[in-house]
Design a protein around this ligand. Structure first.
Ligand code: NAD
Length: 327
């Protein structure tokens, strides 16, 4: 196994971002022989820059750059996307849809370069809106993506690119693998600036409320919308299993530990040792009412599911964000 890893040449796109940065480190530790890491951002802006890896700053919307990216590569992990939390995707639908240029050109280049496997990072945002109306019973099976009515902009592009992966596999023989991530969080990701997602945003707000002595926190919506959140280490293990397994259909990659946003705030308050007054902003973006991963399929396929608890993952994320905010 290790000698085959040693000979495998992999490409990770979006490597300057949150999940991509961790994935480079994860595969480097496993002893992969060659890793190419690409992101559009300047190196100074990457969350993590790993030594002993070929790091490149390239815009993968360009077909020419995608051809450079896949040269002599066996496995592609395509995570590059212009995206962010609910606040970003609800007000940047066109930018999110333009990710189709990355996914189209990456698939075309991978096919031409005879890449052995292609991993695509899809999202729970592909699920149909009418299946996500109940905060108490929001489990989504893989088949719930159809009939299609995904998240406007970002979700439509993800669903389209999933289908493109499927047809490249069926028509051109490119082995594609697809995970639908459900809210990934952890250290070395955005926590301010507008692209951050709920866990990091809430941690930042709690830390700010404590340091400003304001004792108040703004919550988007009424806080009763429900979600599941997956710690980054579970996400990395899941990507590895799905990519190297034999299941080509999209698979949920998320936990089933359902919380409301109010409960998530409670977890952060407990870690920080405070209780804050909650101010609900009913005009802010809030997303669907309820969303959880249904893990029946991943359990059947791999006898595994993400299991790191929110208490444990949020504590690690809190400690990292607190350290960053002190800098
Ligand atoms: P991220 O924003 O931290 O990372 C994405 C990276 O892609 C960024 O660093 C960005 O600069 C890069 N990028 C954007 N456009 C590019 C281009 N034209 N060329 C090259 N690089 C480009 O996001 P993330 O949380 O690490 O997400 C990684 C992938 O997982 C994305 O495809 C995202 O849609 C998907 N996903 C993430 C979550 C989550 O909760 N984090 C949930 C569902 C799906």
């Amino acid at each position: 196994m290790n000698s085959s890893k040693n000979k495998t040449r992999i490409l990770i796109t979006g490597a300057g971002g949150f999940i991509g940065g961790h994935l480079v480190k994860y595969f480097k530790k496993q002893g992969y022989g060659f890793i190419r890491a690409i992101d559009i951002k300047k190196f100074d802006d990457w969350h993590q820059l790993t030594d002993g890896v070929e790091n490149l700053s390239l815009d993968l919307k360009s077909l020419d750059n995608c051809k450079i990216a896949v040269k002599d590569i066996d496995e592609v992990y395509n995570l590059a996307a212009d995206m962010g939390g609910m606040g970003f995707i609800e007000s940047n639908k066109a930018l999110c849809m333009l990710n189709v240029l990355i996914n189209t050109n990456m698939l075309l280049s991978a096919k031409e370069a005879k890449v052995k496997r292609f991993f695509y990072s899809s999202s729970a945002c592909v699920y149909a809106a009418d299946k996500q109306l109940d905060a108490h019973n929001p489990k989504l099976k893989e088949t719930d993506a159809y009939p299609a009515m995904p998240e406007d902009g970002y979700g439509w592009e993800k669903l389209f690119s999933e289908r493109m992966c499927r047809h490249f596999r069926e028509d051109f023989g490119l082995e594609t693998r697809i995970a639908r991530f459900h809210n990934v969080y952890g250290p070395y990701g955005e926590y301010k600036g507008g692209r951050e997602k709920a866990p990091a945003a809430l941690i930042r707000k709690v830390i700010e409320a404590v340091s400003n002595n304001k004792k108040e926190i703004e919550i988007w919506g009424d806080g009763e919308q429900s979600r599941t959140f997956m710690y980054i280490d579970d996400c990395l293990k899941g990507i590895d299993l799905i990519m190297h397994g034999e299941v080509a259909e999209p698979i949920n990659l998320g936990t089933e530990e359902l919380v409301t946003i109010n409960e998530l705030v409670g977890i952060v308050e407990k870690i920080a040792g405070v209780e804050l007054k909650r101010k609900f902003n009913l005009k802010a973006p809030r997303g669907v009412r309820g969303r959880s991963s249904d893990n029946t399929f991943i359990l059947n396929c791999f006898n595994w599911q993400p299991s790191i608890s929110l208490d444990c993952g949020m504590k690690k994320t809190f400690d990292w964000i607190k350290k960053e905010m002190k800098k």
